[in-house]
Design a protein. Sequence first.
Lengths: 173, 484
Amino acid sequence: MPDMIGQEGNCRLYRKRAGHKTDSDAYSPAAATLNIISEGIENMPKKILIIDDEPDIRDYISAVLEDNGFEASATDGNEAAGRTTGQYRPDLIILDIMMPKRSGLSIYRELRTTPELKPIPVILISGLTRAGDFTEDEFAELIKDDNIPRPDAFIEKPVDIKVLLDTVHQLLG
Amino acid sequence: MTVPHNLDDWIKEDLFRIVPMAIAVIDKSFDVVFANRAFEDMFGAWQGQKCYAVYKKRDSLCPDCRGAEIFKDGKPRVTEEIGCDKAGRLNHYIQHTTPVRDTTGDISFLVEMTTDITEIVQIRKEHQLLFDQVPCNILVIDRNYRIVKTNRQLRQAMGDLEGKHCYTSLKGFDHQCDRCTARQTFGDGKTHSGYHTWTAADGNRMHQQVITEPLMAADGSFDTVMEMTVDITEIKKLESEKLEAERLAAVGKTVAGLAHGIKNLITGLEGGMYMLGSGISKNKVDRVEKGLDMLGRNINRVSMFVKEFLNFSKGRTINAELTNPAKIAEEVVDLYAARAKELGIVLNHRSSGSIEPALIDYESMHECLTNLVGNAIDACRMSDSPGQCHVRVKTLEENGIIIYEVVDDGCGMDYEVKQKAFTTFFTTKGLGGSGIGLLMTKKIVQEHGGIIEMISEPDLGSTFRVLLPRDRLPKSGAVEAETE
């Protein structure tokens, strides 16, 4: 790729780099358009769904994520995960374990057994369990199904925002 | 048998010979001048012999000869003697000795009537051995509650108590005990049991499991009661240590459970600060307002949490008084009746049989049941159809254990949540509560020496059971509870 030397809106100016094989490829409108589209897709904010029964936590984490370039949506988990995420296909889910009515573990189980939702990375958060509870055996015991994989990350409350953001960045690349 | 014409001859010849009691006539020289068949069977040949030679195989007068005393003072006597039978074996006998006076009034003969009690003495010895060797305390009490006999174990533990009132020497009271087990036996002649605490001379308290039995004569009458006790002081000590171990385990779980509640509060406060700060820096008024709301709300929650926690952890006085257990449950159900009706939840209470009053701290147990019934109603409220839910409260007693049961069929919580909530005693009340209710419930049950169980199945409701063994309830009156 030639070096970009300027940008205005979605218009970018490139300078030919010495030794580039085909000058014309670097400057073709199609290539430029494709570059713009792919970079645009790449630069669309990632969508993160927060599932927690505490409204203060939902608002807090949503605000932090939005301030860091993510698009956040939140729910208290009373709707089935499939229905919720079906309307809003997130790139990552932050899920609280201990909630009244429907527990986070039950929602997690549904996420991991629904084919279209399975690839979505999940961060589990809770104030109750320790990270040590999430060894392979203990998680299996908790989830009662050896076929359910571990969550992608586990964060203990009170949530350290820096840790949360670092984890989100790692999982979303 | 017909009495012959010559009565004197008959008495001498026949009656004298056939009575089943050894009879001998002794003169002033201590010669046996006459003896009957029974005497001969018991002591052997007597003709031409001194009484001391026949009875005791001695060749001189016995140092404490009763016969000599009677010849002097003329008073009949009954004595217990040890002699030798005709085979030379030691035997024990009771001897009735009566003086016979001649016409001048002098005592010329003694009539000695002897009954062999060797077997009785042997049995008496065996009983005494048993009495002293059994590994329990035995005392015999008369109807004035005076101790007439004690066994060796009791003497070793409490000293010589014979002649003293049992309530004074065993408990230091100046009046009869309120729940005297011996009095129950004196009243109906039946066996009774009970639990008592004695105070030894060194001030040590000795816990006794007591059984009282009437010592009946052949006609069914009795004037004394035998009290047998087993020292259960060590067992009580183990029970107390077990309770303490349970309390410490509860403390550990309490701390873990409380930590969860605090974490949510911290997150709420941090969130409020973030919203406020970022709202100001980004000029987002709605975020500033939200942040202020969060701060205000969570500060209130902290305040409520701290107050409830202090209330939970401060030294409480358990005031155990005789209380009708079912009455407490009835009042809690009445308290929630209107709320349940408003939600369409069917709430009722049932008490099985008549339950004797028990030593319970009324206010604490009321709070405990309020938490459980409140949680059950919440579980129903969070169900998809609260109007089809039931909360059933039951008070019963089984094998000396008072049981409170709170059953709901609300599917308000996932099975895993219920399990975790119960083992760590936190609740997911969200903004509605401090989460400390179950912790307090557990503490109250523990202070009453009881245990609390939860029975639950996936997709079904829950049953909470509070089990209060009567023998582990607190003692009456105000007692300082342990602080955590």
